[in-house]
Design a protein around this ligand. Structure first.
Ligand SMILES: [Zn+2]
Length: 271
């Protein structure tokens, strides 16, 4: 019997162990801290000593939460929908790479098209105005009196480098788990394939100007390779900087993978 004078001592719960035993698993999907939204992906899962529940500790805010996301009736359906959405998402990301590659080729081809004109046109002089008509059936000829040639070439090569830079940046940001050499291989492959398609198309359309055109194709290929390399190397640093400038601190933890993919510490959100 407990009398008023008896003292009930509540034992202090054991202090959190700073060095828990070996993890039983790791979080291998995007999973967000309930408190601060930090992405817990790759974090170790430990079994709670007393309850046996697998728990994960958020490295950002230090709080614990259950490592599984709960089994409910809806769970299997949610899993199916998630899997389908993931496939659609991955396909759309991959098609973005495809279209960026198409853009690279289109810039090369546009350069060749702009610098040439179909022969067989006529030049008329009515009063003091020169009127040119072009036939769209004559063989392609180099447009000798192309205005702003240097400016045009400079602009097209810049766009070309920028397009390839975007391709490289997109790959390292959209597919952070790929290996470095996968980025390099794909960036080079996309550029070579795009230039290859342009070369074949040009040979078909203007065999008489093939050698002339090849110079431009090679120039574009060169700047695109440089642009893509810059995109692969600077893409994630640039993305991190952009996130820190544009996104509010509350959203940033969701993009923590941009840091963890390069084994960099995630910046404190108060900064
Ligand atoms: Zn947290």
């Amino acid at each position: 019997m407990i009398t008023e004078s008896s003292q009930v001592t509540i034992e202090e719960p054991p202090a959190r162990r700073e060095r828990p035993e070996a993890p039983i698993a790791h979080i291998d999907l995007d999973s967000f801290c309930l408190h601060c939204s930090y992405n817990l992906r790759t974090q170790p899962v430990h079994r709670d000593e007393r309850t046996g529940i697998p728990v994960v500790r958020c490295p950002e805010c230090g709080r614990f939460q259950a490592a599984n996301d709960g089994a409910t009736v809806l769970r299997p359906w949610l899993n199916r929908v998630t899997a389908a959405a993931l496939v659609v998402w991955m396909l759309s990301l991959l098609s973005c790479i495809f279209f960026l590659g198409m853009g690279q080729g289109a810039l090369t081809y546009a350069t060749l098209e702009e610098l040439t004109t179909h022969g067989g046109g006529t030049v008329q002089r009515i009063n003091n105005t020169t009127i040119r008509t072009w036939s769209s059936f004559g063989p392609l000829e180099v447009n000798a009196d192309f205005e702003y040639y240097d400016l045009f070439i400079g602009a097209m090569l810049s766009f070309s480098a920028l397009a390839a830079f975007t391709t490289g940046l997109f790959m390292v940001v959209a597919f952070p788990h790929w290996r470095k050499r996968a980025y390099w291989a794909l960036a080079v492959a996309i550029t070579i394939i795009a230039s290859g398609i342009v070369t074949v198309a040009w040979k078909q359309n203007a065999p008489q100007l093939f050698d002339w055109g090849l110079t431009y194709v090679l120039s574009h290929t060169g700047v695109q390779l440089i642009g893509a390399a810059a995109g692969v190397m600077l893409g994630r640093p640039l993305a991190r900087r952009t996130v820190r400038i544009i996104f509010p601190p509350s959203v940033r933890p969701r993009l923590a993978y941009l840091w963890s993919a390069d084994h960099k510490p995630f910046p404190r959100s108060t900064r």
